[in-house]
Design a protein around this ligand. Structure first.
Ligand SMILES: Cc1cc2nc3c(=O)[nH]c(=O)nc-3n(C[C@H](O)[C@H](O)[C@H](O)COP(=O)(O)OP(=O)(O)OC[C@H]3O[C@@H](n4cnc5c(N)ncnc54)[C@H](O)[C@@H]3O)c2cc1C
Ligand code: SF4
Length: 488
């Protein structure tokens, strides 16, 4: 423990943001880091709890009190080593994770929790700056070959672990760049794409082969996968949800993912035909989650006339709801940096119709207010409130309604079984599908989730592949009990 009285002496401090008026003019990250002295104090707030709930709150089982202590001691290189022992890509989670660890931090019971995520980001950024993060190619090769399908965080984590175990790894990606949703889903202002490229240079130097524009099962025959000793399917859960609403086919109703992907492609000089732009438009974002928030930030950067957000669920409480007490993931209102940049948020509202002109061009949205009727033992019922119909002027409606599950192409072509939610099925804890040498991890196995879970799944699946091929594995695994008690 860094400083016995640290948590009493110092208040939580986080990195800050540049002013809204400046940051909406560009697509770069806009955080202002804490000084070395400040972050050292933040590390000293950690109480080194006998039972560190932060540790089990983290899907990766990150050794949080240990790296907090090292930061307080100024031992940054040791902190980086500890951090990387459980997390291949702390620069992704340090920027983008909703930080379930902080929600289960014991200090959070009486004070603001330790700023774990920020400390994580500072450690990894320092490590890159100092040149401590170097390629670690394996000393010997096993002669076994692995194909990874999909290059999101799950595929990249699995690739790095399997390569370190000495296997020869090829990653196939259908897009023109590596990274999955990190590349074209999450906007550049949340994570600059150089952060991915910087890590990819390390992975390539370690000996991993990356092949882009290869859509396995479409322009690459699945039969060719038979040349590999094992395959890990990490294709994500990218089947988009739509709305069964009149006018859904109107010109001006656009899937959020198309809107976000196009903006990032344009930013990097890629050719995009007829980019959908929010410029000078009344924009309505339907869906109040992370994707919706990213659409709000992008619309404001493009110069929308107005930005409105609809969410069908009730407004969560400003503080932790009694139904989700510490140390569980809290039901609580989240206000993102994108929300702060300007949006009118509406809850308990349902879209009834997309209204168009004679050319099928979107002009307005018709909505109704709703409430949820809860009957014990039954599914919640959505009730429309009479007399609450309203028409909203709208030139661009962005559908940010989440994803229904993975696409089924690979399952169909390879004969992989899926579960009731259309996720690719794998034996519990083994990540192994019904075809013994084919494994699956990340959103493809668990449904739309988080980066931290994707990395965790990629790491654990890699270990199972290694055991399958070699009969044993020296790759690390998180404590199985830790997996069972993960608090969300
Ligand atoms: C807009 C948006 C914002 C988000 N923001 C956050 C956030 O702030 N924090 C957070 O923790 N999570 C966030 N998420 C969720 C997070 O991005 C995902 O949970 C995570 O990326 C899943 O990783 P994955 O590797 O399983 O799949 P993905 O990242 O989806 O990667 C799958 C890859 O597989 C490729 N692929 C699929 N099929 C094939 C095939 N047949 N052949 C070749 N390649 C194929 C796809 O092109 C894709 O590149 C966000 C998601 C979205 C959509
Ligand atoms: S729960 Fe919070 S205070 Fe306790 S060890 Fe973890 S980070 Fe430190």
């Amino acid at each position: 423990m860094g400083k016995v009285t640290g948590f009493k002496e110092f208040k939580r401090q986080n990195e800050t943001y540049t002013p809204v008026k400046d940051r909406v003019k560009h697509y770069k990250e806009f955080t202002v880091p804490l000084s070395n002295e400040e972050i050292t104090k933040q590390g000293s707030r950690c109480m080194d709890c006998g039972i560190p709930f932060c540790h089990s709150g983290c899907p990766l089982g990150n050794l949080i009190p240990d790296f907090n202590h090292m930061v307080h001691q100024g031992e940054w290189q040791k902190a980086s080593w500890i951090l990387h022992s459980t997390n291949n890509f702390p620069e992704f989670t340090g920027r983008l994770c909703p930080a379930p660890c902080e929600q289960s931090c014991v200090l959070g019971l009486i004070e603001d929790p330790v700023s774990i995520e920020n400390i994580e980001k500072m450690i990894v950024e320092r490590a890159f700056k100092e040149g401590w993060i170097k390629p670690q190619p394996p000393k010997t090769r096993t002669g076994k070959t692995i194909a990874i399908v999909g290059s999101g965080p799950a595929g990249l984590a699995a690739a790095q672990q399997l390569n370190r175990a000495g296997h020869t790894v090829t990653v196939f990606e259908r897009d023109d760049e590596i990274g999955g949703l990190l590349r074209y889903g999450i906007p550049n202002f949340k994570m600059e794409k150089e952060i991915i490229d910087r890590r990819l240079r390390i992975l390539e130097a370690e000996g991993i082969t990356f092949k882009t524009n290869v859509n396995v099962g479409v322009n690459y025959d699945v039969e060719e996968l038979k040349a590999f000793n094992a395959v890990v399917l990490c294709g994500g859960a990218t089947e988009r949800r739509s709305l069964p609403t009149p006018g859904i086919d109107a010109d001006g109703v656009v899937q959020a993912m198309d809107f976000l992907t196009q903006q990032t492609k344009v930013l990097f000089g890629k050719k995009v035909e007829n980019q959908v732009l929010a410029t000078d438009k009344h924009v309505i974002v339907i869906g109040g989650g992370d994707t919706g928030s990213d659409c709000v930030g992008t619309s404001n950067r493009q110069g929308a006339k107005s930005v409105v957000n609809f969410e069908i669920m009730p407004k969560p409480p400003g503080h932790r709801s009694p139904t989700t007490p510490w140390p569980f993931w809290p039901l609580q209102l989240k206000t993102s940096s994108s929300h702060e940049e300007g949006v009118e948020r509406n809850w308990l509202i349902n879209t009834k119709e997309f209204i168009t002109d004679e050319n099928n061009k979107l002009t307005a949205l018709k909505t109704v207010n709703v409430e949820w009727k809860m009957v014990p033992g039954e599914r919640p019922q959505l009730i429309e409130i009479e007399g609450t119909e309203k028409t909203w002027p709208c030139d661009l409606a962005l559908l940010a309604l989440g994803f229904t599950g993975p696409e089924n192409t690979l399952a169909d072509r390879l004969g992989i079984k899926t579960d009731a939610r259309s996720n690719y099925k794998a034996a519990y804890g083994k990540y192994q599908t019904n075809i013994p040498n084919i494994f699956t991890a990340g959103d493809m196995r668990r449904g739309q989730s988080l980066i931290v879970w994707a990395i965790s799944e990629g790491r654990e699946a890699a270990r199972q592949v290694d055991i399958y091929l070699m009969g044993k594995s020296d790759l690390p695994t998180k404590d199985e009990a830790g997996d069972l008690v993960a608090l969300h």
